[in-house]
Design a protein around this ligand. Sequence first.
Ligand SMILES: Cc1cc2nc3c(=O)[nH]c(=O)nc-3n(C[C@H](O)[C@H](O)[C@H](O)COP(=O)(O)O)c2cc1C
Length: 225
Amino acid sequence: MATGWKGRLHLRLPVISPSSARRSPMQDLLSLIRSRRSIRRFEQRPIARETLLDLIDVARYAPSAANQQPVEYVIADEPNRRARLFDLLAWAAHVRPRRTPDPEHRPVAYIVVLRCTARELGALGPVDAAAAIQTILLAAWSLGIGSCWIGSVDRPRARVLLGVPTSHEIDSVVALGYPAEQPVAENARHEDTAYYLDPADVLHVPKRPLQSLLHVNGFTTPSGR
Ligand SMILES: Cc1cc2nc3c(=O)[nH]c(=O)nc-3n(C[C@H](O)[C@H](O)[C@H](O)COP(=O)(O)O)c2cc1C
């Protein structure tokens, strides 16, 4: 890459829509990754079932420990099922309840991510699930679809709601919909990573600056010495 990482240390992370003017595939991919934010307010237009299937299909290509592929999925896009699943999720702890979606901005679909325990390699099942989930989030964003990875799930009740057998664990829920908010990422100050809402109701998501988490050729102090 032409610019070294030091030159980018103090830049605000850009928010670039997936429809930005065409650049190199590498630049597009980096912009896509940087500009994805967790979305918690959604437009109420549906996501085509075909699109949901595409998101799951592409997740099949995620890395998997020993290629065991324990991850499976339940789509929940039917209104009654969605409403009941919504009640089992917790949103945005740092700004609760202001980013718990109101009825006009709820997700229009969910992908419930399961792990088939017989296929898990030791404790690595959740790692496989994480790789698959990030793949789904990025694939969704590449289509302009917003998402939120939800780990705070009432799993016993979700299991009953969705009829998940005991052979499978509910790992996470991915909430989906076209974004009705545009959160911004910024460099965290003083290692404070709690996201917050500004007076205009825009969600700010602090990311640890590169120099605070990077060690080169061995573990060095944050100042590099
Ligand atoms: C394992 C995991 C669990 C999460 N669980 C929740 C959750 O239960 N509710 C929620 O609103 N967001 C949840 N999130 C989203 C995080 O809050 C979000 O990723 C973080 O604030 C950074 O924001 P960003 O995704 O926009 O970069 C979760 C994210 C991860 C990786």
